[in-house]
Design a protein around this ligand. Structure first.
Ligand code: BT5
Length: 263
């Protein structure tokens, strides 16, 4: 395993406009999301990046756990204060940026499983989470969380819903976490600024969606939908063609790993 090579040295230069203007690193925290959220509540400007060597309560969506053996992963949260137009695009911008950073640093091709799991060789190597807080009627801030399995043996993770992978396992060599963090922050900064122009981010995200054109089963809330993943709309919702011909719009959900009939 690579040594604990974070924190990053301060970032500067033309690559850093918003995201990465301030960096905080913790050897151990409950969740980098908590630190960025507390900073948001205290009025911190957007762009703060929080990283950690270890999380004692790393989380995924819907209260699920995010596993990361100490020192093995890139665990990062970003405080953002997006416009209402840019908010729905954060998660797409982040998925795209994560794929680009993985490709830059490892040469591995990265794709996305709708809505936003990052896959290499069809194994989940990174997960994304967007949490937000409102002030009255309007959005106060959002916290984007990204966890990347960098140098770990996926068999060391607990039970996972979808087959997990890591960059080191897929590349067959250790991966430089600092280089990955730098590249990810630069790509995030660029994609976040592009989020003002929704079309560019949507097009890049959609191009990487491995789910499209496949027959899938999707858990949307309590309902299991099955059909052909035809397209996504401008908000990122999945447009699924049922066997009866109806087109259903799924704003969120979970694509299962098993094709229908397989077990
Ligand atoms: C996610 O949730 O994939 C979002 C994960 C976000 C983690 C980052 S780390 C930095 C920041 N701080 C935090 O506390 N969180 C963010 P979701 O789609 O709900 O997937 C969670 C599910 O993925 C779990 O229920 C497991 O089945 C599986 N899982 C857990 N750890 C994993 C790992 N390291 N690799 C692959 N799959 C994992």
């Amino acid at each position: 395993m690579a040594p604990d090579d974070l924190p990053l040295p301060p970032l500067s230069g033309p690559d850093v406009v918003v995201i990465g203007r301030r960096l905080l690193h913790y050897p151990s925290v409950t969740s980098t999301q908590d630190v960025a959220r507390d900073a948001g509540r205290s009025g911190e400007p957007e762009g703060l990046v929080v990283t950690a060597g270890q999380q004692t309560a790393g989380r995924g969506r819907l209260g699920r756990r995010w596993e990361a053996p100490p020192g093995s992963s890139l665990l990062l949260s970003v405080l953002l204060r997006p416009s209402p137009q840019a908010f729905p695009l954060i998660s797409m911008a982040a998925g795209l940026a994560t794929c680009l950073a993985i490709e830059d640093v490892t040469g591995l091709a990265a794709r996305l499983k709708w809505p936003n799991d990052v896959l290499v060789h069809d194994r989940k190597v990174a997960g994304l989470l967007v949490e937000s807080e409102a002030l009255g009627e309007s959005l106060d801030f959002a916290v984007l969380g990204i966890g990347v399995n960098v140098n770990l043996d996926p068999r060391d993770l607990g039970a996972v819903a979808y087959p997990a992978g890591s960059l080191s396992a897929e590349a067959g060599r250790p991966v430089d976490r600092t280089a990955l963090a730098r590249s990810l922050i630069a790509h995030l900064d660029r994609q976040y600024r592009l989020a003002g122009d929704g079309n560019a981010v949507l097009a890049g995200w959609k191009q990487r969606l491995a789910t499209l054109g496949q027959r899938v089963q999707v858990f949307a809330g309590d309902v299991l939908e099955e059909g052909f993943a035809e397209d996504v709309d401008s908000g990122g919702a999945l447009l699924l063609r049922r066997d009866d011909g109806a087109l259903v719009r799924l704003p969120a959900g979970e694509v299962t790993s098993h094709p229908p009939g397989a077990d």
